[in-house]
Design a protein around this ligand. Structure first.
Ligand SMILES: Cc1ncc(COP(=O)(O)O)c(C=O)c1O
Length: 371
């Protein structure tokens, strides 16, 4: 039997790979059928002017992939269990390719949808007024580069591995100190996430299901809304004014039933920047505690303040342990760093780290070993 013309897949490709592709194609197109014996190594190499070792390497590749098998005292044969369709008169020769060629692309059954980025890239404008964009010119890139190169020049294998799904322990320790000193947050379990968005998504997945309601600020942060809506939950916009979310309206919504989560940006309401007054915070907290509803406190830009020191987060005074405190390094480093912080109760940390194991077996390792 003559071997077919060498199928020149790409001139830069190794000869043994080109030969393998030729044989694969011959099987798919029916020139070689199930059980057919291949020409001997000698004749293939003579026919194609290839070194015997090249031919052997190619055949070994095809054996490993499951196209052919090596049979003692016979040589190489096409394996018997390729999915071959037997049809009229032409039984054995109707091969895989016929089946594949007759297929049209399937329609996926998407049972969830994602969200979309805005269609106006910031770079298209001379001035960018969109919120939440740190001035990267102020970031100490040289210092950052030194830290990165320091880490990579003496890699610690243990830290480069999967690690713990709550994040790198050293980073967690540093974050605890930072939260205690700069925000008076103590006695909380820390999880490092890929930005606060991952934290919002995980909390939504853990606490919400179809038919639930989430009380959100009437004007709110769209990515958080998408994460909540994705669970099948309904968003209930609570009225807000110059002092922030209105507790009276929140109470009215709670009394209608089924509010399972409250989402707040109390320090700087997104997008209005209003700071929720202390008395309103207390009223909202009391309502949540009375109705046993967790609150996500999204403290995304704590370090930014102008007239006075920022108010302490609601998480600093949380006897009912209902606050799920989220923060981020996106504003003081850069959003691409994707380092978010969750500071939560013991019950919540267990659920979060276990859930997180399914989607991301650790936070961003290179960023986090820098500490
Ligand atoms: C309300 C709010 N939450 C969270 C974030 C931060 O998100 P991430 O940590 O995912 O970058 C932002 C950033 O703009 C924000 O405006």
């Amino acid at each position: 039997m003559k071997i077919f013309k060498l199928h020149n897949v790409s001139s830069s490709q190794a000869k043994y790979l080109q030969l393998a592709e030729t044989v694969r194609l011959a099987i798919r197109q029916g020139q070689l059928a199930v059980g057919d014996k291949l020409p001997s190594v000698k004749s293939i190499s003579e026919d194609l002017g290839l070194n015997r070792h090249t031919v052997m390497k190619s055949l070994a590749e095809l054996v490993a992939e499951g196209w052919i098998e090596s049979v003692q005292r016979v040589g190489y044969k096409v394996v018997p269990n390729l999915p071959i369709e037997k049809s009229k008169g032409n039984s054995q020769r109707q091969v895989l390719s016929n089946v594949i060629d007759s297929l049209s692309p399937i329609d996926f059954r998407f049972v969830r949808s994602g969200s979309q980025l805005p269609t106006y890239p910031a770079n298209d404008f001379e001035y960018n007024f969109s919120g939440g964009q740190p001035d990267l010119a102020l970031f100490p890139f040289d210092e950052f580069k030194r830290c990165m190169s320091n880490v990579l020049s003496r890699p610690d294998e243990a830290k480069m591995s999967y690690g713990q799904s709550a994040g790198t322990p050293e980073l967690i320790d540093q974050v605890k100190i930072y939260l205690r000193k700069s925000r008076a947050i103590t006695d909380r379990e820390i999880v490092i996430t890929n930005g606060s968005q991952e934290a919002l998504f995980i909390v939504a997945q853990l606490l919400l299901q179809t038919g639930d309601k989430v009380a959100v600020e009437e004007l709110g942060y769209p990515p958080a809304m998408s994460a909540f809506r994705n669970t099948g939950a309904e968003l209930v916009g609570v009225k807000q004014d110059a002092l922030g979310m209105c507790p009276n309206d929140l109470e009215a919504q709670i009394l209608k039933g089924n509010i399972r989560l409250i989402y707040l940006t109390p320090l700087h309401q997104y997008p209005t920047t209003v700071t929720l007054t202390v008395s309103r915070r207390m009223a909202i907290y009391q309502l949540a505690a009375q109705h046993k509803i967790p609150i996500i406190e999204d403290d995304y830009d704590h370090e930014f303040h102008y007239r006075c020191q920022p108010l302490a987060p609601m998480a600093t005074d949380d006897p009912a342990q209902l606050i799920i405190y989220l923060s981020t390094f996106s504003k003081i480093m850069f959003p691409g760093a994707r380092i978010g912080i969750m500071a939560v109760s013991k019950a919540m940390v267990k659920a979060v780290t276990e859930y997180r194991l399914m989607i991301c077996h650790k936070s961003n390792v290179l960023m986090c070993v820098i500490t």
